[in-house]
Design a binder for this molecule. Structure first.
Ligand code: SF4
Ligand code: FES
Length: 368
């Protein structure tokens, strides 16, 4: 009989769960879910080596393990700290963590512009959410934010380096998903920037996934830029037979137009997995299939109800049965009251589109 695996007990914000040895505190917290889970701007479970760059996932370890219950002296990054048996962790129950996280947000915003009103990532930007949830009203930084020229990195991707938070996710995508990486983080310290090696362009089958992993609006889809605000679009799950990728996507529609195609995201904002494999999508599905007829529609995407994108979209909505006609013995309900008989404002003799400026009571005086 196979030997039973010993699980580690870990308590996070007073909730105890059992996880396999080698699980990070962040992933243990994700198993619990909700507010107990620390935010993560650079860790991405589907990208090997990611994490440890942004410090947004800091937590307090109140007891290291059952064997050595001493607290850890400093806050630690939960994406890079593995659980120990009997570990006690504080996230939202720790004042120190809340204070440090507000500091990290302030730090991330030192150079990040507050251009959400014109940024394509607004509404699905992890930094925007983090700012609202953990940010402070002001900043103590007095110097100018660093700025960069917009850069085209390949036919489909626009780099807006000014917004980059140097999370490294896009470089991991290039390393792990594409044949050869032609971009990276150049220079050091305050001069660090994402760029391509001179005259190179990012152009290979899976490069579009860099757009999906970018937590801010630094890498955007050139075929979607400035076309719409994401909360006006309707996300719909769809699939097609694709020989290059899993073919499972989200279509972002306005009416019948497909404005954007992305991979499907899970509750942590990461690409969903199918059969334990991440559902990265190829550039053909992402950039070349922009007609609904290219896809088999699976239904409305499930969007977190707290997201601005979920507004006015109700998956599984069933309209109540219309009963007025039945009650009225088959009569059309509008026969109940013709608004034109009651209100002069709805005078069919007045064509409001021909009125110069706003309509006033004078506009309707010809009736009197
Ligand atoms: S461009 Fe985006 S994904 Fe790449 S390092 Fe900057 S913030 Fe991260
Ligand atoms: S998510 Fe842990 S350091 Fe960035």
């Amino acid at each position: 009989m196979a030997e039973e695996k010993k699980l580690f007990k870990v308590t996070i914000d007073n909730i105890t769960i059992e996880v396999e040895p080698g699980t990070s505190v962040l992933n243990a917290a994700r198993k619990i879910g909700g507010d107990v889970t620390p935010p993560a701007m650079c860790y991405y479970s589907k990208l090997k080596g990611s994490g440890g760059k942004c410090r947004t996932c800091l937590i307090e370890v109140a007891a290291g393990s059952a064997v050595d219950p001493r607290p850890m002296p400093k806050l630690v990054a939960s994406c890079r700290t593995n659980v120990m048996d009997g570990m006690v962790v504080k996230n939202i129950t720790s004042e120190k963590v809340m204070d440090a996280r507000a500091g990290v947000v302030e730090f991330l915003l030192i150079n990040h512009p507050l251009d959400c009103p014109i940024c394509d990532q607004a509404g699905e930007c992890h930094l925007q959410d983090l700012g609202y949830e953990h940010g402070k009203e002001g900043t103590r930084y007095e110097f100018k934010r660093r700025t960069f020229e917009l850069e085209d990195i390949g036919p489909y991707i626009q780099l807006h380096m000014t917004r980059c938070i140097l999370c490294y996710r896009c470089t991991y995508v290039a390393d792990q998903l594409t044949d050869h990486r032609v971009h990276g983080i150049l220079d050091r310290g305050d001069h660090s920037e994402i760029s391509t090696y001179i005259s190179k362009a990012i152009d290979n089958d899976f490069s579009g996934n860099m757009i999906d992993v970018c937590p801010v609006g630094a890498l955007t889809d050139k075929t979607f830029r400035f076309k719409n605000r994401v909360w006006f679009t309707k996300p719909v799950d769809a699939h097609r037979d694709c020989s290059t990728c899993c073919g499972k996507v989200t279509l972002w529609q306005r009416g019948d137009d497909v404005l954007r195609v992305t991979a499907r995201k899970d509750e942590w904002g990461e690409v969903q997995s199918y059969d334990n494999k991440p559902g990265w999508i190829c550039n053909t599905c992402r950039f070349d299939k922009k007609k609904t007829s290219d896809w088999v529609i699976d239904g409305l995407s499930n969007i977190n109800r707290h997201s601005v994108i979920a507004q006015n979209k109700y998956p599984g909505l069933e309209m109540p049965k219309e009963t007025i006609t039945e009650v009225m013995g088959g009569k059309n309900p509008k026969l109940l009251m013709d608004i034109h008989d009651i209100s002069g404002v709805n005078d069919p003799g007045v064509d409001l589109s021909l009125v110069n400026g706003a309509a006033t009571s004078k506009t309707f005086e010809h009736n009197k």
